[in-house]
Design a protein around this ligand. Structure first.
Ligand code: GLN
Length: 481
């Protein structure tokens, strides 16, 4: 059984034909993950007991002749910012090194109800802050495609396990690009759904108005299936949307004919030449598929990074206030007073990037600066969202690069936070607008580094996004079957 080549459809066929059981598949996935992990550090921990118990439940359902669910027996990895009852969830932080959640995130609950098997928790930047996975307190992840390079971040581990083949699909989180950028760097599909499409209950808060849970997969159909299983209204997240969840995978017919696509001119100027060439080739392919491509303008793009790093840090400074050494696990040992205990706990527990953001966020929210920075950023956010709304009156989808360049070397940008922030330029805009956006592989550089094409659509138009990505994917390579 070759886990690395399995798809959701193939697993279903294998289970129903009794070629293998869910328990055999789970045991093999765990064995493979354990053997491969030293090469990438992508898993922070495996969950053998939970995986085997889940697999036995699937096998029992099949034996009783019941429908085993759309994710039956599928090995799924979960980013370590998403809570799993009874399984340590660290958020990539020393502060939560020993934190064992008392409940499951809604997305985890739903994927298990659909028959999915949680095989382990994946490494990530601390509290999902970063673009390279180098901000994890538990060491960086190596890109399985090029081990001297980063896998992207912050969901680097979730992208790497799918690229490496130790999980068939995985969950990540995206606040400003953390699903699309690692998907692009590792050569897999990564989807950020509409804000509110997937419940955030049990997703550790970074910047609540921007946080999303979304899937990684090796093909578009698997990503669509996983999203369908976890999406929908949840009474425990008041921002989750009640809009009905379409049967995404059933709507993929390989056709993109007649779709009107916009190519934002602001996104094409700062690309490395190889990335630019691959994106241009991708756009030509879409034209051959019968799409009508026209240039559009998203005029507020240049202000998006500044706007995001004010809003995201402001929300983070407030959300991260809860890690005070009282209610959660880590507490600094040597403190005389309560104030010292807070100071030492946070001083010793948080890494440099979190501290930088807490300070920045506290500053932009403080009296006298609130109007100048935070309020101004909120207005700019509305303008960025308006750019997209205006564009979608004339086009069905927008196509764009995901990142200005492919995966960079480990250590290359880690000491230059500003350069790291600037690399988010093409993903942050979609996050600010709360629209669905995804990365689909569109070829490799001469060195063999993957490059992703980004597709963005209007709110809740995931179906159009998936149909376009699926039609494109069919021209790139034969998706695994
Ligand atoms: N790279 C961005 C940041 O550091 C995005 C992170 C994310 O989407 N979680 O904030």
């Amino acid at each position: 059984m070759n886990i690395a080549s399995l798809t959701i459809d193939r697993i279903r066929r294998g289970l129903l034909a009794k070629e293998f059981s869910a328990a055999e598949l789970a045991a093999e996935a765990l064995r493979f993950a354990e053997a491969e992990n030293p090469r990438t550090n992508a898993y922070l921990r495996l969950a053998p007991d939970r995986a085997m118990a889940g697999a036995r439940r699937v096998d029992e359902r099949i034996a009783r002749g019941e429908e085993p669910g759309p994710l039956a027996g599928v090995p799924v990895a979960v980013k370590d910012v998403i809570l799993t009852k009874g399984i340590t969830t660290t958020c990539g932080s020393k502060l939560l090194e020993h934190y064992v959640p008392p409940y499951d995130a809604t997305a985890v609950e739903r994927l298990e109800a659909a028959g999915g098997i949680v095989v382990g928790k994946t490494n990530c930047d601390e509290f999902a802050m970063g673009s390279s996975n180098e901000n994890s307190a538990f060491g960086p992840v190596r890109n399985p495609v090029a081990p001297d390079r980063v896998p992207g971040g912050s969901s680097g581990g979730s992208a790497a396990v799918v690229a490496q083949g130790t999980a068939v699909v995985s969950l990540g989180s995206d606040t400003g690009g953390s699903i699309r950028q690692p998907a692009s760097f590792c050569g897999v599909v990564g989807v950020t759904p509409t804000y509110g499409r997937v419940s955030r209950f049990g997703l550790t808060a970074f910047a609540s108005s921007l946080d999303h849970i979304g899937p990684f997969a090796r093909n578009v159909k698997d990503a669509a299936t996983l999203l369908g299983a976890i999406a929908g209204r949840d009474g425990r997240d008041s921002t989750s949307a009640g809009a009905p969840v379409p049967d995404y995978p059933a709507l993929l017919d390989g056709s993109a004919k007649g779709l009107k696509l916009g190519l934002p001119r602001e996104y094409l100027k700062d690309l490395t030449s190889e990335t630019g060439d691959l994106i241009a080739r991708g756009v030509d392919t879409l034209k051959h598929l019968g799409c009508e491509v026209r240039e559009i303008s998203l005029p507020h793009t240049d202000y998006a990074i500044a706007c995001y790093y004010i809003i995201a840090t402001a929300e983070a400074s407030s959300n991260l206030a809860r890690y005070d050494g009282v209610r959660y696990t880590f507490r600094s040992a040597n403190s005389e007073t309560l104030a010292d205990m807070y100071r030492n706990t946070r001083g010793e527990g948080f890494g440099a990037e979190c501290k930088r953001r807490i300070m920045l966020g506290t500053y932009v929210l403080s009296a006298g600066y609130y109007d100048a920075y935070y309020l101004q950023a909120q207005k700019v956010r509305a303008l960025v969202a308006r750019d997209f709304a205006a564009a979608f009156t004339g086009v069905d989808a927008i196509v764009a690069p995901v990142s200005p360049y492919p995966a960079f070397k480990l250590g290359e940008k880690v000491n230059d936070p500003l350069a790291m922030y600037l690399s988010d330029i093409f993903t942050i805009t979609g996050s600010l607008a709360g629209i669905p956006c995804m990365s689909v592989p569109c070829g490799n550089t001469a060195e063999g580094l993957p490059v992703g094409l980004q597709i963005l659509t209007g709110h809740f138009a995931e179906t159009t996004m998936f149909r376009l990505a699926d039609a494109f994917e069919r021209t790139q390579r034969r998706p695994c079957v």
